[in-house]
Design a protein around this ligand. Structure first.
Ligand SMILES: CC(=O)SCCNC(=O)CCNC(=O)[C@H](O)C(C)(C)COP(=O)(O)OP(=O)(O)OC[C@H]1O[C@@H](n2cnc3c(N)ncnc32)[C@H](O)[C@@H]1OP(=O)(O)O
Length: 443
């Protein structure tokens, strides 16, 4: 299959046929058709309760949307039959997994169903079509970020990486972390377009749960692109280079002027901070914490385990809040996923996986070798004597996969069954990831 086969693979027949029975037409969107794309994007915006995009923004989005497989569902009986009643976009991406490795993943976004057509199975038809498309493309996992935590588990998705917002009362803290060599300097966004994108990709493998983000997502993050001009005006960019002059980190932030008061306690909103080394992390956080006239840093969508908590003298001034699930994954190919990552402790495990949609169902024997690599085979018959065995659904397998969610916790919650006593704790030791899984973007 060619690299761009995903763009031309025919629409999923099963879902299209099911929707046709309701008088609805499901098909791929042709992004060369500017009017059709404008209607499709309008439906996405309406679905997420956003305002209307300007013609310039629509045109800019059309150019980049050509890299995605965009589908829609149309109802020809409507007064406005050109605007789809449902939308979805999918594209091949990469998911970082423990062991500094990355696996092909099908990213899904822009799932909307018009309020006029809700709760009659339209979203279900679209999601199931995305799962079949990903499988047809040979991708072992589907990934998404969600608007609500109640929607996707019915299709086998589960939270695999968490995120949290952090607030630091900088008026109360003194930096006690390392004083590192190298320099922090202000730079312009232009420099980050290439240097930053390269760094983000280089760093990505160090943290399980990160998705590769194409140039467009990165450019948006640094305020580049049509429609972001206003936001870009207030962004500041800093870059850390090590003692050899090699760039090892960037931060993008904005000072919120409206919160400025007579006591000069402005708020810094941290849009992104990426560091390839611990020195870069320390240098950038120290710079932000020591900014004059600033009393608070708000850092949304960070890891739930931030070293900065341990790098100031008053830990109570560093508050983690709104901890939540962020990356959801749906495993399609269990052997490909299990052999695609590295593990801590060798051993033999049986995973009895159930999956109502049958992609991942089976009894798998996972053998982790001394070098952390794994061999997986389907197990016919009984559980061998020396194995730790659990029964779980594809959802729980997705949650423990990256090593950020504990099998013991899920066992205690009644969501994993131990087929051999103590198996969940054994599984924890093997699946645990040294770096807490984290996804730093929305997609
Ligand atoms: C990856 C992303 O893009 S995340 C973004 C998701 N989109 C949004 O939040 C936009 C606003 N919401 C919507 O557009 C729609 O309500 C959607 C897409 C969430 C659901 O579309 P629908 O066509 O109504 O869903 P559908 O009828 O296929 O429902 C399938 C099942 O999910 C359930 N469901 C659907 N939406 C929700 C919800 N918001 N909360 C809880 N359950 C839901 C339905 O009750 C149904 O359950 P059942 O199978 O037990 O009967």
């Amino acid at each position: 299959m060619t690299d761009d086969a995903y763009l031309t693979l025919p629409i999923d027949v099963e879902s299209a046929t099911g929707l046709a029975r309701q008088g609805l037409r499901m098909s791929l969107l042709d992004t060369d058709d500017a009017a059709a794309f404008a209607s499709w994007l309008g439906a996405v915006g309406r679905g997420f309760q956003d305002g209307r995009a300007t013609p310039e923004v629509v045109e800019a989005r059309r150019v980049t949307a050509g890299q995605r497989r965009n589908s829609g569902v149309w109802d020809e009986t409507l007064l406005d039959p050109a605007t789809p009643v449902a939308t979805v976009a999918g594209w091949p991406s990469q998911l970082s997994v423990p062991g500094h490795l990355s696996l092909g993943a099908w990213a899904v976004s822009a799932v909307t169903v018009s309020p006029t057509h809700r709760r009659r199975g339209v979203a279900g038809a679209l999601i199931e079509a995305e799962l079949r498309t990903a499988q047809a493309l040979g991708l072992p996992v589907v990934a998404l970020t969600v608007s609500e935590a109640t929607i996707y588990s019915r299709w086998g998705f589960a939270p695999a990486a968490m995120a949290a917002d952090w607030t630091i009362d900088t008026s109360r803290v003194t930096w006690t972390g390392p004083m590192v060599p190298g320099r922090v300097q202000f730079v312009e966004a232009d420099r980050l377009v290439t240097e930053g994108a390269e760094l983000v990709e280089r760093v990505r493998l160090a943290t399980p749960g990160q998705m590769s983000f194409d140039g467009v997502l990165w450019e948006r993050l640094i305020g580049r692109g049509v429609g972001l001009e206003e936001q870009a005006k207030s962004l500041r960019f800093i870059r850390y280079a090590d003692e050899h002059g090699v760039p090892q980190g960037f931060a993008v932030y904005k000072v919120l002027e409206e919160t400025r008061t007579t006591v000069a306690r402005a708020v810094v909103e941290l849009h992104y901070l990426v560091s390839a080394t611990d020195d870069a992390y320390a240098a950038l956080w120290r710079f932000l914490i020591e900014l004059d006239l600033v009393g608070e840093i708000r850092a949304p969508l960070r890891s739930i385990d931030e070293p900065v908590y341990w790098q100031v003298d008053d830990a109570r001034a560093v508050v983690k809040h709104d901890e939540r699930e962020h990356l959801w994954i749906r495993i399609l190919d269990v052997p490909a996923m299990l052999t695609g990552r590295r593990y801590h402790t060798p051993g033999h495990f049986v995973l009895d996986v159930s999956d109502p949609l049958m992609y991942a169902a089976g009894r798998f024997l996972l053998t982790v070798q001394a070098d952390g690599t794994a061999v997986v085979s389907e197990l016919e018959g009984d559980i061998p004597g020396d194995t730790a065995a659990v029964a779980l659904t594809v959802n729980e397998l997705g949650s423990i996969y990256l090593g950020g969610v504990s099998a013991s916790t899920l066992f205690r919650a009644g969501r994993i069954q131990e087929l051999t006593p103590g198996a969940a704790a054994v599984l924890d030791r093997t699946f645990h990831a040294a770096t807490t899984p984290w996804l730093s973007i929305w997609f």
